[in-house]
Ligand binder design. Structure first.
Ligand code: NAD
Length: 462
């Protein structure tokens, strides 16, 4: 561990055997603990690579056979992770598998599977329950199991642990309080805080919050993460750690909604919201800037807050800020649609039949992630109104079928912008030459202030 806050000391007593605990702790400290990462997506794969780079023997588990074969063949399926990085990790022993029986050889198991919403906007925990059911028959006494997937407070204790305890045939139980015997395993929750595309903070410098079911689990998880993160932050329970992640995301969601609403007012009043935010940001205390946009995107901010509002109902509680923020943010793609219609109208054109080029479909700039991207909703809304929509995105040669859409489109080249009635900037990728886009387009609708500093009557801010 580099510089971490102190964990509660483990009370050793002759009646509490600490063999598993001590053995595992030493193994982790000596980087001999075998680490399993389950779910090799945007979170799990970089985590597996970090442990591998640090010298731990790592095995990745995924039900997606394509990912397993790609990794074992030394390839990558995530844009910002290069094939040489995978090959380096392979030479250091990293391997991938779909075979859960290999978990029996592991010392620590970190779960990074998806936590989406279902069609009724309710938490879909099926990936967590499915993973827990697959782990349970192979669970070993003394193993440390950590959940990283974002979820509502209570998931680790109410969902994960019961499945693990019920599904193993050896009668293994999660270690609680000071209770630890030959038949116990350790459990913790530790939220992922990655910010894709953010180059300003190295991943290891993002403090890692850890909440164990008991002090031993907290300490083990703290030591494990301390090997790859500069700072770990112990909290008193898995539920506190689960809620911490939700607070962080709800804070973003609500503040983005606030600034989106103020943008709508500013547009009506003829005030530039971007200039306002820039000026407000000069305040050295008490203000943190958030920026308006075409709607929320990504697997986190549009999804996670609703995990809490769903859980809150169990307590007869309505999370009004979350609901209101959701309403405002969900409306933003409709605002973009109206703005494009109005802008075309100014050019004496109808949306129906107009050629619209959507620039950027990733949910945020400079990343290859489409999940919950507002661009997809905007494309569908434009198509419903009869617009002929094309898109360009350097990160996506094509957009096929997703969980909620089926667009089947191919990336259009940027060589003849004059053929479009409107270029709509949805994602402000750094690769775009905005001067050129404005110069060569007939009309530019800008949802991100990507054209800041460019003076042209062709630009419409929305
Ligand atoms: N991506 C991020 O930046 C980010 C940031 C913070 C938190 N999170 C949270 O982390 C979790 C994972 O997110 P992600 O972005 O890595 O998702 P992802 O979809 O990129 O990856 C999840 C992986 O889990 C695999 N999987 C699903 N079920 C499985 C099973 N039963 N056994 C083994 N593998 C299984 C999938 O095949 C996939 O490869 C989610 O809860 C998400 O909310 C993500």
């Amino acid at each position: 561990m580099l510089e971490s806050e102190p964990f509660l000391p483990i009370m050793s007593s002759p009646t509490v055997p600490t063999t598993h605990f001590s053995e595992l702790k030493i193994k982790i400290e000596q980087r001999q603990a075998r680490v399993a990462v389950i779910g090799l997506g945007y979170v799990g794969l970089p985590l597996a690579l970090l442990y591998s780079e640090t010298g731990f023997p790592v095995t990745g588990f995924d039900i997606d056979q394509r990912k397993v074969s790609t990794l074992n063949g030394g390839g990558s399926y995530i844009f910002r992770i290069t094939a040489p990085e995978i090959q380096r990790a392979r030479s250091q022993g990293l391997s991938a598998t779909s075979n859960y029986s290999q978990l029996e050889q592991m010392d620590a198991v970190i779960i990074c599977v998806p936590t989406p919403l279902n069609e009724y906007h309710e938490p879909d925990l099926s990936y967590i329950t499915g993973t827990a059911e697959s782990i349970a028959p192979h669970l070993q006494a003394g193993q440390l199991v950590i959940l990283e997937s974002t979820t509502y407070p209570g998931t680790t204790e109410e969902v994960l642990i019961p499945i693990l305890e019920k599904g193993n045939k050896r009668g293994l139980k999660a270690s609680r309080g000071l209770q630890q015997d030959e038949k116990s395993f350790f459990i913790a929750f530790s939220p992922e805080r990655e910010d894709p595309g953010n180059q300003t903070v190295a991943r290891r410098d993002i403090p890692k919050v850890v909440g164990g079911l008991n002090p031993q689990a907290s300490e083990l998880a703290g030591v494990l993460y301390g090997a790859i993160f500069s700072r770990t932050v112990p909290v008193s329970s898995p539920a506190v750690a689960e809620m911490t992640k939700l607070l962080e995301n709800i804070y973003r969601c609500v503040n983005i909604a606030l600034v989106n609403e103020l943008k709508l007012l500013c547009l009506r009043m003829g005030i530039d919201i971007w200039e306002v935010i820039e000026a407000a940001s000069t305040k050295p205390f008490g203000f943190h800037p958030f920026y308006p946009g075409p709607g929320l995107g990504g697997h986190c901010i549009p999804v996670d807050p609703f995990y809490l509002s769903w859980k809150a109902k169990e307590w007869d509680f309505h999370t009004r800020f979350i609901e209101l923020a959701g309403e405002i943010n969900t409306n933003m793609p409709y605002h973009v649609l109206e703005s494009v219609g109005r802008a075309l109208n100014q050019h004496k054109k109808a949306l129906n039949g107009s050629q619209v080029l959507v620039l950027g479909v990733a949910y945020k700039k400079d990343i290859d992630d489409l999940r919950e991207s507002p661009a997809l909703t905007i494309i569908e809304l434009l198509q419903k109104e009869g617009a002929k929509v094309s898109y360009n995105d350097p990160y996506f040669p094509e957009v096929g079928r997703g969980r909620k859409y089926d667009l089947q489109m191919k990336c259009a080249p940027l060589n003849d912008l004059g053929q479009y009635d409107c270029a709509l900037i949805v994602t402000d990728h750094s690769d775009y030459d905005y001067e050129r886009i404005v110069r060569e387009s007939n009309l530019v609708v800008d949802t991100r202030n990507a054209t800041r500093g460019i003076k042209s009557s062709k630009i419409v801010h929305c």
